[in-house]
Design a protein around this ligand. Structure first.
Ligand code: ZN
Length: 320
C-alpha cells in the first residue's frame, strides 16, 4: 500500500534535496529512473515527487502543500495531469496498450497543474513491446512532462530504457535511521525495533508490516523445535509434520542467518540474536560452513514442487 500524501522518510533527504536543486535550476531531467529495495518507502518518495511536480504551491524545500486544488485531486486519485501505470493484479507484464495510453496522456495539454506526470511502478515488468514503445516518449518528452519510473529489479529493465533515463539509486536506510523510524511509529508492537528490523532484513516499512509479529512468533517456535531436535527431545519427523506447509524460503532464511552468526562467532565475532540459543546444542560445530552451503543449495530448490514434509525433514537432517 502506498500512501498518497507527500510522505518522506529521513533516508530520502539527500536525494530529495538533490532533485529539488535540479528543479530550481530548471535542470530536472524529464525521464527519471528510481531504483531500490521494496519495503523502504521508496514508492512513497516517488509519489511525493509526482505530487510536488503537480502542486500549485510547493513549499520552499519542494514538498507538495497538501491543500491546493492539485493536491486535493491528487490525493483523491483523480488528477487529470497524473497517470499511474503499474502491473495489474492478474497480469504478468505491463502491456504495450498501457504504454500507448500513457503516450496519449502525455500529448494532452495540461489542465491546471504546471506539469504532467506519468509514473510507472514495477517498470521492470514492461514486456519488450511496451518497453520499445516507451523509448520514444523518453527520447522526445513533451513540454512540461515528466516520466518517473521505479523498479526494485533494475537489472531486469531493458538497457535502452536505463540509458535514456537519469538513474537515482535510493538508499537502504542505515540501521540507526531504521530503528529510530520504527520506534517513532505509534503502532503497538510487542517486539523491539531491532528484532523487527532483523526480521525484515533492514527494510523498515516491511518491518512493521502487519504479519511481522506473527512471523516472529513462528520463528521462535521453529527455533525451539530445532533445539529439541538437536538435543534429541523431538524427532525430525515430528517437527517436519508441523512445518511442511510453511514458507520454505522463510524457514531457510532464518536458519541461514543463525548459521552465519554462528560462523561469525567461530572467527572471533560476537554472537548475536537467536543464534546464541543454538550454540550449546550443536552436534558438529566444525561443520558450520558445510551446513551453510547445504542450506543455501536447498534454498535454490525451495520453489520446486517437492513434497513439503520430505523437504523439511531433509532440511533438519542437515543440522545433525
Ligand atoms: Zn499543493
Amino acid at each position: 500500500m502506498i500512501p498518497l500524501s507527500a510522505a518522506s522518510y529521513p533516508w530520502h533527504q539527500t536525494i530529495w534535496q538533490q532533485l529539488q536543486r535540479a528543479r530550481q535550476q530548471q535542470h530536472l531531467p524529464h525521464a527519471l529512473l528510481f531504483t531500490g529495495s521494496t519495503g523502504c518507502g521508496h514508492e512513497a518518495m516517488v509519489y511525493a515527487l509526482a505530487q510536488s511536480l503537480l502542486c500549485l504551491e510547493p513549499s520552499e524545500n519542494g514538498y507538495a502543500c497538501g491543500s491546493c486544488r492539485s493536491c486535493k485531486v491528487f490525493t483523491a486519485h483523480s488528477h487529470p495531469d497524473f497517470m499511474l501505470l503499474s502491473l495489474a493484479e492478474d497480469k504478468q507484464a505491463i502491456s504495450v496498450e498501457q504504454v500507448r495510453s500513457l503516450e496519449r496522456f502525455l500529448e494532452l495539454s495540461r489542465s491546471y497543474s504546471p506539469n504532467r506526470v506519468a509514473l510507472i511502478l514495477n517498470a521492470d515488468a514492461m514486456n519488450i513491446h511496451a518497453a520499445n514503445s516507451l523509448l520514444k516518449s523518453l527520447e522526445e518528452p513533451a513540454d512540461n512532462s515528466y516520466i518517473l519510473l521505479f523498479t526494485d529489479r533494475v537489472a531486469a529493465l531493458m538497457p535502452t530504457i536505463r540509458s535514456r533515463c537519469q538513474q537515482f539509486r535510493l538508499p537502504l536506510p542505515t540501521p540507526v535511521e531504521s530503528l529510530a523510524w520504527i520506534e517513532g511509529q505509534t503502532i503497538a508492537i510487542r517486539q523491539t525495533a531491532s528484532e523487527l528490523l532483523g526480521l525484515a532484513r533492514g527494510r523498515p516499512l516491511a518491518a512493521i508490516a502487519e504479519d511481522v509479529g506473527e512471523r516472529l512468533q513462528q520463528k521462535i517456535l521453529f527455533l525451539n523445535q530445532l533445539k529439541s531436535v538437536l538435543t534429541g527431545h523431538l524427532s525430525i519427523t515430528e517437527v517436519a509434520s508441523q512445518w511442511e506447509k510453511y514458507n520454505r524460503q522463510e524457514l531457510l532464511d532464518w536458519q541461514l542467518i543463525w548459521v552465519q552468526s554462528l560462523i561469525n562467532q567461530e572467527v572471533g565475532g560476537a554472537l548475536v540474536g537467536e543464534a546464541s540459543e543454538l550454540v550449546d546444542c550443536l552436534v558438529k560445530p566444525q561443520g558450520l560452513w558445510l551446513l551453510y552451503e547445504r542450506l543455501l543449495e536447498l534454498k535454490a530448490l525451495s520453489t520446486h514442487p517437492l513434497n513439503g514434509r520430505l523437504f523439511v525433514e531433509h532440511m533438519l537432517s542437515l543440522w545433525l
